[in-house]
Structures are given as C-alpha cells and as structure tokens.
Design a protein around this ligand. Structure first.
Ligand SMILES: Nc1ncnc2c1ncn2[C@@H]1O[C@H](COP(=O)(O)OP(=O)(O)OP(=O)(O)O)[C@@H](O)[C@H]1O
Length: 332
C-alpha cells in the first residue's frame, strides 16, 4: 500500500470522567516509521494517556487510531487490549519472573518451534542490549535498571514494529541510562524499529529523539526535530520544559540591554557569556556552582538573577563584578 500513514491518530480525544482538564484533546498525529518519536510535557499533560491510546489500551472518546491504515481497537472492542505488532515498556517491571534467570525471562517470549533460532535470537538481543553478563542471574538479584533492560529485551525480541516506552529509564541511574539510550538508538538504526517514548527529561528526549512532540494540557502544541524545537520554541512553555532558562519580564530584560514590546524574555544559559572586553561591569557574581567540567555561575544586577554556564573553571570568584554579552534571546 502506497502513502498509507504508518501510525496515525485522527482527531482523538479522551477525557477522564468528563473532566475537560484531564486526558487528551483533539490530537492529530502521524508517527513516522523507523525513527524515535519522543513526547514531552509537564506532569499531567497527558503523555501516558496518548501512549495508551496509540497502543489500544484505552479507547478514544472521539477519533480513531490507525496502524498501516487499519483501525486500532480499544479494550471495549478487543478481548486482549494492545496490538500484536506493538510492545509497551513502562517503569513497572511486574511481568518479569523474579525467580527465573534473565536468559529464560527473555527466551520465553519466543515460540519453541525452533530451539536453535530461539537460543540465537536470545543471545543476540542480550548482546545488543549489553547484558550478556547478566544472562545467568536471577531477575530477583538485579538492580532496578537491570530489570528495566530485561523488560526492554523481552519487548524487542519478538520484533515488534513499534516499541512504546513510558518513562522507561526512570529506575535506571544516570550512569547506566546513557548506555541504555545508546543501545536503543543502535537497535533502531540497525533494525528499523519505530520507537515512541514518553519522558519528562529534556536531556533524554533531546539526545534520543528524531522527532519531538510537546504536549500541554492534553494538546500537542509543538512538533519537530529536537534541535529546531530547542533552538526556536514557539511557546514559553516549551522553552521552560527543554532548557533551564532565564525568564525575565520586559522591564528586567532592560538590565541585559534588551528592549522588547513583548511581555517575557527568555535567555538560555549558554547564550550568555562574561566578556572582559566590555567595560559595563554591572553584574555581580553571587554564586559559583562546580559542575565538573563546567560551572554554573549565578549573577545579580539589582533584583534580577541570571544563571550562565562557564567552561573556564576557576576563572571567576563570588563577588567579582563583570560585564555580560547576550548572544541570543527569545521573546514571548
Ligand atoms: N484513570 C484516570 N482517571 C481519571 N483521571 C486520570 C486517569 N488517568 C489520568 N488521569 C488524569 O489525566 C491527566 C493526564 O494524565 P497522564 O497520566 O496521561 O499524564 P502524564 O503527562 O503522563 O503525567 P505524568 O508525567 O505525571 O505521568 C492528569 O490530569 C491525570 O490526573
């Protein structure tokens, strides 16, 4: 079939108990195949609801979801909710057999028709997810992050067309999270798997996603490549979700030399630098926070506070008076 959208939501709405402030509203969506689409939004913005609607775990009140042109039926219409060609992993790993080995927990997802293929595929997926060393361990003896890897391996081994991830890295500590994110990206690249992930972690969605959807109060308010959405967010909501930005009123922005007719000015920390060549030393460093290979510097000018990133550690100290160069800003 040519030109049939891969996964499409057509004007779907789902309101819980008739409450118009919960759920999702009138969402039109085209998920492209073979890429990672990330959905980001504040807590309660409807991310999980949207994911469950796409998977068929919830029925929309209005609209339809179509996968390869066929309607996805919700739990009211289907005995076993969900879709055969999709797998969903959440932060709960309840369906793992705690007392069985990791290898068996993964292998059990495949049929017994060809034991050799079953063994090869299980070994392959454990290698792809860098967990061969865990193969013989009991799931009960694993850390939260390792259990999460097992859940992802179980989902991927059946070769679904779509993998839905609902905050799957929450249990995984920061040092292992990046490894797992990298492994999933590699699998997407190698196999053409389509991933739809929900997260509230900007670093995660910016580094993993090919396409970013921003959800606000149950509606998609922005969509696009993460770099584009980050650099030129259309809404203040998006900027404050994605960046730890400085938000100033128009009056406060005057202290940065910015004149605007809009209400609010947003300056990302990396758009500001201390420039010793400028002689207007009207900002005072109030705090320097050591962050490893960089520092967060907090500056004050009257009642206005700015946070900037400085990669030249130890060049400045609290109390220094400095001049700032603002390279870019956004107005709302
Ligand atoms: N089963 C339910 N019954 C009633 N209200 C619900 C139900 N599930 C979710 N909601 C409400 O719908 C809104 C969206 O919830 P949802 O879980 O989709 O948001 P979310 O963006 O995934 O939030 P979080 O990041 O906190 O997980 C919230 O206001 C939530 O309280």
């Amino acid at each position: 079939m040519e030109n049939v959208p891969f996964l499409q939501a057509i004007s779907i709405s789902k309101l819980y108990t008739g409450d118009i402030s919960s759920g999702v509203k009138n969402i039109d969506l085209n998920i492209k195949s073979g890429i990672i689409t990330a959905i980001i939004g504040q807590s309660g913005s409807g991310k999980s609801t949207l994911l469950r609607l796409l998977y068929g775990l919830l029925s929309p009140d209005e609209g339809t979801v179509q996968f390869n042109g066929e309607r996805i039926w919700g739990p009211e219409e289907k005995l076993i909710p969900g879709h055969d060609e999709m797998k969903m992993v959440t932060q709960h790993t309840d369906d793992l057999n705690l007392y069985a080995r990791v290898w068996d927990n993964v292998a059990v997802m495949l049929p017994n028709t060809n034991v050799k293929i079953k063994e090869e595929k299980t070994d392959l997926i454990l290698t792809q997810l860098n967990m061969q060393h865990l193969a013989k361990k009991r799931v009960a003896d694993l850390s939260g992050g390792e259990k999460q890897r097992v859940a992802i391996a179980r989902a991927i081994i059946t070769q679904p067309k779509i993998l839905l991830l609902d905050e799957p890295f929450n249990q995984v500590d920061a040092s292992f999270r990046e490894g797992l994110q990298h492994d999933i990206r590699e699998i997407v690249k190698q196999t053409g798997l389509t991933v739809i992930m929900v997260s509230h972690d900007p670093a995660e969605v910016l580094s993993m996603a090919d396409e970013l959807l921003v959800l606000q109060d149950g509606e998609i308010t922005e969509a696009g490549h993460p770099k584009l959405v980050y650099q030129t967010p259309k809404q203040l909501y998006t900027a404050s979700l994605l960046a730890n930005c400085n938000i100033l009123s128009a009056e406060e922005a005057l202290l940065c030399g910015i004149t605007t007719h809009k209400e609010t000015v947003v300056i990302y920390p990396e758009w500001i630098r201390i420039n010793p060549a400028l002689k207007t030393n009207n900002w005072v460093i109030s705090q320097i926070l050591f962050k490893g290979f960089y520092e967060d510097i907090i500056l004050e000018n009257r009642d206005v506070i700015l946070r900037i990133i400085n990669y030249e550690n130890d060049k400045y100290k609290a109390g220094d008076e400095v001049a700032l160069e603002i390279k870019r800003w956004l107005e709302y």
